[in-house]
Design a protein around this ligand. Sequence first.
Ligand code: NDP
Ligand code: AKG
Length: 428
Amino acid sequence: MIHFSLLADASTRIERALKYVEISKDAMTRLQAPKASVTVSIPLRLDDGSLQLFKGYRVRYDDTRGPGKGGIRYHPHVSIDEVESLAFWMTFKCALLNLPYGGAKGGITVEAKTLSRSELERLSRGYISAIADFIGPDVDILAPDMYTNATIMGWMMDQYSIIQRRITPSVVTGKPISMGGSQGRETATSVGAFQVINTLLEKFDQSPQKTTVAVQGFGNVGAMLAQLLSQVGYRVVAISDSQGGIYASQGLDIPSIRRYKMSSRNLQAVYCESSVCNIVEHEVITNADLLALDVDVLIPAALENQITADNAQQIQAKYIFEVANGPVTSQADQILEQKGIYVFPDILVNAGGVTVSYFEWVQNRSGLYWTGEEVNQRLKERITVETEKTWSIAQEFGVSMRTAAYIHALRRLGEAMDAKGTGADNKK
Ligand SMILES: NC(=O)C1=CN([C@@H]2O[C@H](COP(=O)(O)OP(=O)(O)OC[C@H]3O[C@@H](n4cnc5c(N)ncnc54)[C@H](OP(=O)(O)O)[C@@H]3O)[C@@H](O)[C@H]2O)C=CC1
Ligand SMILES: O=C(O)CCC(=O)C(=O)O
């Protein structure tokens, strides 16, 4: 098997942007590797009395522009390479959206769906106990990602507060509203992506009514985004989850499929047990079929590495909006570009989540809470401004939106790194 390093692949995106941005050698050197990372073993007492050990990670890629910021993933494939890559993308995402944060990410290697609710709570609290010295409201702030949600963020915040012996809501965002969470955080990634999609498709005169869409991943982000798109007239013809997908050329009834999927949340009230494939009146397709559909817009909203050199030639969509982190590899990017397919990058498209996480952190620190309308308005303003700036850079240099996004983010990162100087580093 060829060893594929996700982080090495992610880093190639900087190289392409470097042709168009002046950044000091020192700053580039700093960006070559994560600033800090921890790997921990979390002992979990299972309900049957046995003890099992799980591996957990937290990586702070860079914190020049502010404390580390990024979600926590629970998945059997979580590895240090994946977490480092996700932390790398967070660094560029936060800079692109001009948030006062660096980039971080964490995760536990676990098939969380097999745990009971109390096992899941003990595992989440165990993770925080293990990394407590590595995080903090001014150091590194957590949030949800795949297979984690508000309930889990609430446990994490509570565990951190117990350890610190003071209520510390701003160490975690994406919490339940009753524990200091922000209005609009649960839908923020979808609302942000919806705004980016509308803003960019308008530039191609691609109206919702004449646009077909396929969405891979029907979780927190994919399902809500499919619903928002279908509500304004986009024809969502295919969706999928981890079990496979469904297709209907006339368009799917997304709100009712979403209700069905959500109502199958298991006893943990965290994970859905039913697959969209179980809705019998539709044609069942595989995830590979979905990616190759002849649609206008393809939205990967699940895992990374979905469109690679192996299947990029089969892609027929005109526009790909990366809602997942890292769904298109750098080799696939080149093939898609040759085919004339536009790829809109993750660090812009899915940045709504971390933007509202920032708003939640601000609200926690000020003690003054905003309405859902205020949150959504501020989110739309900020993400539209950065989408337009990225679009202008792409036009100015004649580069892809991905390269433009990295140029934009690198300028901010480079400026901050040079302003900071060598800090506590060894001087010559
Ligand atoms: N949550 C957030 O705020 C943010 C999330 N993201 C990114 O968005 C993506 C989705 O996150 P989120 O919606 O929160 O995650 P969720 O855990 O809520 O949902 C994940 C969805 O992906 C499906 N899925 C899992 N594996 C596969 C697979 N191999 N093929 C197809 N579908 C699969 C799941 O299926 P099933 O239902 O069967 O389990 C589920 O429907 C991730 O890449 C995440 O990093 C980015 C920014 C912020
Ligand atoms: O909300 C956040 O802080 C981070 C969300 C996240 O993990 C991501 O954007 O990939």
